[in-house]
Design a protein around this ligand. Structure first.
Ligand code: 16G
Ligand code: ZN
Length: 533
């Protein structure tokens, strides 16, 4: 195919190592940064084809390995509304990344064109960005070659957070339509979110400063610029772990994943009672909050706590606005603490559903709800308003100043939320706005329910593909009889719950357990892990 004439030539600059194999998984391609060059080149080709398959809409490419070690890197595609790549294309990505020669690569590209009925005369448009990893510039150059090979119109956003790139993609594809999302620039991003934040908090008592652990990643400089753009005493930040220059520091003993996994403060922060803390991950699409009480005991406010805070606030605002039949629902994964699920069902009386791990699964479930709040326990999440909900807001007829105020606040909340993907900065502003409006300390927020003790273990197995699950990954269907063994163990512990699932990002299986006491929880976790070997 003439369209692929330059592919072989440019591909020769980014050869694939013999025998290397790649898989487009939950988080795109992710592995050691210095083994990814051929893959990122090919993602450039794929992004161009994806854009052509969408009649020239802009597709995003983000080069990042998020919370993983600095030596790792990764790459993923962003679809036109700023959402994760449509799942049916993941197999195309994997096949193209694994083509062994230039001839095979061209044949694989032609097969995608054929399968998807792509008109290759359409002008492809792609925007891209990367995080602060040292392998980023080289991979970016490989991406640019891939885009050039197919003549894509390509624009770099430089070093930005993953959710910022998702935002730009959505803005570019909705410009001039009724769904216009904002200015596709960094300044536009900051103006949109800080503007909505300030509309919500205006006139409330000022909060104490917020301490932010930026994981020594791109979130550091970006949140500093966000606070400067807000230029308001409502957003006073103290930045920690914001060194993006010294090699080896990214995500090292800090960041949202470290804090959530270890249930302790990151390096470099000495927690003081009464202060409020949060951690971003390396590409700033996750956030967790925490604080210490007067005995200096550590308390984590994870994705479940954020989700219940936000769902409660939205539910109360909808009621105060007097809007009927506008249901707020919550999407969780199996990792959600059992106490949070009971709290949502029994106290908040809101519908809750479980989705498989990975943002795309939660996002799709949330899209089915009028107002869908979704968070993974690890701190990745956002809120979606579907078109029926937006219509209801638009046609709401307030009967009192209080109802009018509630409707105004619902609009401001919608503007404050990055609907394309979970976003540490937008989620931070959301949490801050709610805490300011309620006049709450982290301890008051935390008081809604008490987490059950939980334990997450990683078990390296011979072949993780033997582990198959159903029921949003809560039940194993293979290997045979393993689920029965787990059920027998779980039944021994009050409020016990456990599940085993294959990781989507590592060659291992994960074991999660919770129970009424720490001792029971640990015993359950280790005995379930024992059945997996
Ligand atoms: C990826 C997912 C994250 C999920 C994690 C689970 C996205 C953008 N990221 O990092 O949401 O929690 O995978 O990893 O979807 P695991 O399958 O190895 O447990
Ligand atoms: Zn991340």
């Amino acid at each position: 195919m003439a369209h692929f004439a330059k592919v072989a030539e440019l591909s020769a600059r980014h050869p694939k190592a013999d025998g290397a194999s790649f898989e487009y998984g939950t988080a795109g391609f992710r592995t050691l940064g210095d083994t990814l060059e051929s893959t990122v080149f090919r993602v450039g080709l794929l992004a161009a084809l994806r854009s052509q398959s969408k009649q020239g809409k802009t597709i995003g490419v983000m080069i990042t390995a998020s919370h993983n070690p600095e030596c790792d890197n990764g790459v993923k595609l962003v679809d036109p509304m700023g959402e994760m790549l449509q799942q049916s294309w993941e197999a195309h990505c994997t096949r193209i990344a694994n083509a062994a020669s230039a001839d095979e690569l061209v044949a694989a590209l032609a097969a995608v064109v054929e399968a998807e009925g792509i008109d290759v005369s359409v002008q492809a448009r792609v925007v891209y960005a990367r995080d602060t990893r040292p392998s980023g510039p080289l991979l970016q150059a490989a991406l640019e070659d891939g885009l050039a090979a197919l003549g894509a119109e390509a624009t770099s956003y430089g070093v930005v957070t993953t959710p910022q790139l998702h935002y730009f993609v959505r803005c570019l594809n909705t410009a001039g339509t009724p769904a216009a999302y904002g200015e596709p620039t960094e300044a536009g991003y900051r103006a949109k979110y800080t503007g909505a934040f300030l509309r919500l908090v205006d006139g409330r008592p000022l909060p104490a400063p917020l301490h932010i652990d930026a994981a020594n990643g791109v979130g550091g400089p970006e949140v500093r610029k966000l606070a400067a753009a807000a230029a308001s005493p409502y957003l006073r930040i103290e930045l920690h772990n914001d060194d993006t220059q010294t090699p080896g520091r990214l995500n090292k003993d800090c960041g949202a994943d470290y804090v959530k996994s270890n249930q302790r403060a990151p390096a470099g922060l000495d927690l003081e009672p009464g202060a409020r803390y949060c951690s971003f991950d390396g590409d700033a699409d996750r956030i967790v909050y925490y604080y210490v009480d007067e005995h200096r005991s550590f308390h984590l406010l994870d994705g479940d706590k954020i989700s219940t805070l936000v769902a409660t606030y939205l539910r109360d605002l909808v009621a105060a606005a007097g809007i009927e039949d506008l249901q707020v629902g919550v999407v969780q994964t199996a990792y959600a603490n059992g106490s949070s699920t009971s709290y949502i069902k029994d106290t908040l009386r809101l519908p809750t559903v479980f989705a498989k791990t990975g943002v795309k699964h939660l996002h799709h479930e949330a899209e089915k709800m009028p107002i869908g709040v979704y968070f993974e326990a690890n701190g990745h999440g956002t809120v979606l308003f579907n078109s029926a909900a937006v219509d209801k807001l638009r046609h709401a007829a307030p009967q009192s100043p209080a109802q009018e105020d509630a409707i105004r606040r619902l609009w401001a909340l919608r503007d404050l939320i990055n609907e394309s993907v979970g976003d540490a900065m937008s989620d931070m502003l959301l949490v801050e706005a709610i805490l300011i409006c309620k006049g709450w300390t982290p301890a008051q927020w935390d008081a809604a329910y008490t987490d059950l003790p939980s334990r997450l273990l990683k078990v390296v197995v011979h072949d993780r593909t033997q582990f198959k699950t159903t029921n949003a990954e809560q039940t194993l269907t293979a290997p045979p009889r393993l689920q029965d063994a787990i059920d027998t163990l779980v039944a021994k512990f009050p409020r016990g719950r456990a599940f085993v699932r294959p990781s989507g990002t590592e060659d291992a299986v994960r074991v999660y357990a919770e129970a009424a006491t720490r001792a029971d929880c640990d015993q359950l976790a280790y005995s379930v892990a024992g059945t997996v070997f």
